[in-house]
Design a protein around this ligand. Structure first.
Ligand code: NAP
Length: 292
């Protein structure tokens, strides 16, 4: 098991990245710094997370060369359209304080304005051709959205970042990604407990995952991340706590057996924790991305 993955355009990406959704701006520098000290070399942020500045600052302060850290960020739906997305790149690069973004992805499809979604992706293609980004991709694209996008554009996305954890493992969406040579990147990879609504239990308390964790002398979070890696996914666990950031990276020294992977596969409920990507409109989230 390697700790890096090759994208469909030959770019290498560290398989595990630090996610920073819901990491408050004033805690972002410390969380990213902690991750970089631990050995992470990949951070997943987004224009919509309001913390790109902290990500860039932590990387600059780390003393690491810019080329050693893989920066992934996302264009928010209020910036869809060709010119708007070109400008969204400038906003994100400015806040991050970088000339080049390693992976720039569309945060959501907007099915009701798919023409604008396609125009946004065409802007990513231009940024790729101009060398401003090293790879481009999408997030929350279901197979139908991918089919429509692929029919209207020329660069196959390198990555589709989707909700994937043991309670919602999206086998159909993952198969569609794989069939198109697109890497599945798992968001909420250890259960997205921040997204669960109602009475639903956390994957972190699951008996099957807990039993496998005991067998390996690992934690439930580590078992889920290992399950992601052995399925060939990239995963971007979020934490603001140094000990958990370290725990989530300590997943390269053990192997789950085939029967253990299958036991975790069987936990899928088919019920998503996050928003339904087919139902997103520009009215779903009242958020616009500031210039600076
Ligand atoms: N593209 C999208 O639409 C989308 C949507 C959601 C998320 N994402 C990306 O995916 C990343 C991860 O998703 P997520 O934050 O929803 O879920 P997650 O990484 O599965 O879980 C994060 C939660 O688990 C806690 N946690 C972290 N490590 C733990 C451990 N070892 N043991 C116990 N609890 C632990 C964190 O709390 P503490 O911080 O207090 O440790 C936080 O509450 C985000 O940060 C973001 O980058 C993308």
């Amino acid at each position: 098991m390697t700790d890096t993955l090759e994208l469909n355009n030959g770019i290498t990406m560290p398989a595990i990245g630090l996610g920073v959704y819901q990491t408050p701006p004033d805690e972002t520098v410390e969380a990213v710094a902690s991750a970089l000290r631990t050995g992470y070399r990949h951070v997943d942020t987004a224009a919509a997370y309001s913390n790109e500045r902290g990500v860039g600052e932590a990387i600059r302060r780390s003393g690491l060369d810019r080329s050693e850290v893989f920066i992934e960020t996302k264009v928010w739906i209020s910036d869809y359209g060709y010119d708007e997305t070109l400008h969204a790149f400038e906003k994100s690069a400015g806040k991050l304080g970088v000339d080049t973004i390693d992976l720039l992805i569309l945060h959501q499809p907007v099915p009701a304005r798919f023409d604008a979604t396609v125009q946004a992706y065409r802007a990513l293609e231009t940024l790729l051709a101009d060398g401003r980004v090293r790879a481009i991709g999408v997030s929350n694209f279901m197979p139908d959205h991918l089919d429509s996008l692929l029919a209207q554009t020329s660069v196959v996305p390198a990555v589709n970042q989707i909700e994937v954890h043991p309670y919602f493992s999206q086998p159909e969406a993952r198969a569609a990604n794989a069939a198109n040579g697109i890497l599945t990147q798992a968001w909420s990879p250890i259960g997205g407990i921040t997204f669960y609504r109602g009475e639903r239990a956390s994957t972190l308390d699951d008996d099957v995952i807990g039993g496998i964790a005991v067998n390996h002398g690992k934690t439930p979070a580590q078992i889920m991340l290992r399950w992601q890696l052995q399925h060939g996914h990239s995963a971007i666990p979020k934490s603001v706590r140094a000990e958990r950031i370290a725990e989530n990276f300590d997943v390269f020294d053990f192997e789950l057996a085939g029967a253990e992977l299958e036991a975790i596969d069987r936990l899928d409920t088919g019920v998503r924790g996050g928003p339904d990507p087919t139902a997103i409109t520009t009215d779903t989230f009242r958020l616009t991305i500031p210039e600076a």
